[in-house]
Write a protein of this length. Structure first.
Length: 61
């Protein structure tokens, strides 16, 4: 079985909305693909954007 990247997305980080669009597009593609037995593997890596996460304030006693 040959393995190759379907989309070259490793060069650019995606927002949550963009990632969701890509996954929906892949699902639509697989529904109309003309053969059975398609194996799709997706590697998802979280990456820091450089913007620190906001710290949630704790309730004061």
């Amino acid at each position: 079985m040959a393995s190759f990247p379907l989309l070259p997305l490793d060069h650019k980080g995606l927002t949550r909305a963009e990632a969701a669009d890509v996954l929906r597009g892949l699902a639509d593609f697989l529904e109309v693909y003309p053969t059975e037995g398609v194996v799709l593997s997706v590697a998802v890596e979280a990456a820091a954007t450089g913007t620190p996460a906001r710290k949630k304030s704790s309730p004061r006693s």
